[in-house]
Design a protein around this ligand. Sequence first.
Ligand code: F3S
Length: 755
Amino acid sequence: SALNPVPEKDCRSITPPYEKLQANLQKVRRLLDNRPLTLAEKVVYSHLTNPEETVPVRGETYLKLSPDRVAMQDASAQMALLQFMLSGMSTTAVPSSIHCDHLIVANNGADKDVEASIKTNKEIFDFLESAAKKYGIAFWKPGSGIIHQIVLENYAAPGTLMLGTDSHTPNAGGLGTVAIGVGGADAVDAMAAIPWELKAPRVIGVKLTGQLSPWASPKDVILKLAGDLTVRGGTGHIIEYFGQGVDSLSCTGMATICNMGAEVGATTSLFPYSNSMKSYLAATGRSAVAKAADANRDFLRADDQANYDKVLEIDLSQVEPHINGPFTPDLSTPLSKFKDFVKENNWKDDLTAGLIGSCTNSSYQDMSRAASLAKQAADAGLISKADFLVTPGSEQIRATIERDGQQAIFESVGAKVLANACGPCIGQWDRKERKGEENAIMTSFNRNFRSRNDGNPSTMNFLAAPEIVTAMSFAGKLSFNPMTDSLTDKNGQPFQFQPPQGDDLPKQGFEAGRATYEPPSPTPTPDASVNIVVNPKSNRLQILEPFSPWHGDEFRGLRVLLKVQGKCTTDHISAAGVWLKYKGHLQNIAENTLIGAMNADNGQINSALDVTTNEYNTIPYVAKSYKSQNIPWVVIADHNYGEGSAREHAALQVRYLGCPLVISRSFARIHETNLKKQGVLPLTFADEKDWERISGGDVIETIGVKDLAPGKPVQLLVTKTDGSKMIIDAKHTMSHDQIRWFQKGSALNSASAEA
Ligand code: F3S
């Protein structure tokens, strides 16, 4: 029997405020003439900050939303918290949590790996933990589990809106949450009660009918859908599932489907409230949430006759197992055709490793179905031919599969159980033995970009359900079809797998496991007396200084640092890769500012004219030199400046190095907003041909910034290096609120002024 069962939780902070949400929705409904709404619309619109004045049009209106919750993983939490500290608030405006999962390297087994990570990343974990204590944020220590699994087990709730600083945040859609992956700056908005902006998503409806056949699993639904929709097919959309087929799926299976919706670019994915959600809530100690959801069932499903932008239909009984990859998640092949696919491509018929678990597929159902196959193989005297690695998504899952015997089965066939962390899913896998070798692996994870798992660009990585990964690991061959092919047992007789079996939820309930990793309660209390731990000598963390407010006058003597030509993404402005370790240290990461940008004056990458020496140098070098001489500088940019990601560093860094405005032909919208949040004024040329008239080294004076108002153009007086002068017209998209951010120096300065 259970030794340490998961107790019923204190659900006060995690029960959705249904009454308020429904009242908000009524206001929006009236403005929409009571037309039937999709579930995605109901949940999103009920979180509007101004429901009485917004008429949402899908794909057009920018919505101002107030999320219910924020979750952050350890890598992206650093800059989010450093910024939040500037707000001057004593606690976060919404319940928030930090999860230490990305910084653990899989090497010597669970306990040793966690220990090693705590040593190498001590300063990061100390910082995160102290900030969590100070502001009342739940802190999940290294070893507790992966952010999305912990959120599903503890915080997700039907009908809520949450933000997570990780792209697979949509996992919580399996429990009816609109859960959206964002950058740190967006998380800071929610924590500092700044309305969070989202363009009203379009909605793709996926109608599910029938029931999965014994070999197929929820993972196969999304593997197939990824093939149909491709990696861009979901962009700007929420994928909403409906239909009678929903009732046959487990809550965790629906989470898997939502998790991997990120692979088709969807804003998020969502399921309506179902009985399996109710059972999962009860099994994870949240009966009170289930009770509240039960009383709001109508709110938690789409209205009859709801209108989707596009409807797809999937008959679950026709879904066969799929294998996707290599190198892209939308290259989808049905298992029955995979053997031929391998042959056609002339790939070596060798599977070197099978990896199951991760945030995508480590539910009790996944583990018990995979273990049922491993048990059949063990009984036939087989051990896994391929290396076989298991990543439990949480301490709760690990402890439960240890108690119920699945872990022992895996270990008996040669599996290694890794820490409850991301590990090989995010390249934290010290796979010395295969460095540079051409080989193939199969995982039950969600992403398979080249090099993602072991850093080896020659590793072909395929995605499949944990059951398929497990069975194929015994064959050690890509061409093996576990549904039809045989292996040879210990007596030399043919052995064929029977379909996997397993329970959705543990019969004896979940085992809580070692509580040492967990925060004290769902709502930790803030403690103002806590000092946030940052070593002033650290090169990975640095306390941020608030940016200075606007000086109240026109800008004069702005030096054009460089004129950028062509594509300039957030990667060009703030590169990733080796720079990731400085994510929490603005000064150090600023050393990469614009190093990918091309200078239009000389066609060189990472090159800027230093007017004080009349020599070209690297962009960060010249920017720093201007900063040290109090010379404010600007960037002249081309089209769609800042496209790519929501990376707030791209805006923070230029601001930090002394750039008060960026003038472009056009901006990528998220980056434009990020610049505004950091107190940088983004301007566009009224006539985009004027881009050609400015060069590096020119001096700019603004006309009209003193009277900045929404919709009111400004002008730029440009003095060329030969002394000639011209006036250039410019536009901006600053709202009243955003002008306040600019005047105060940043959005956070303005929030703290109000706090
Ligand atoms: Fe971690 Fe991989 Fe999920 S990095 S959060 S396990 S997608």
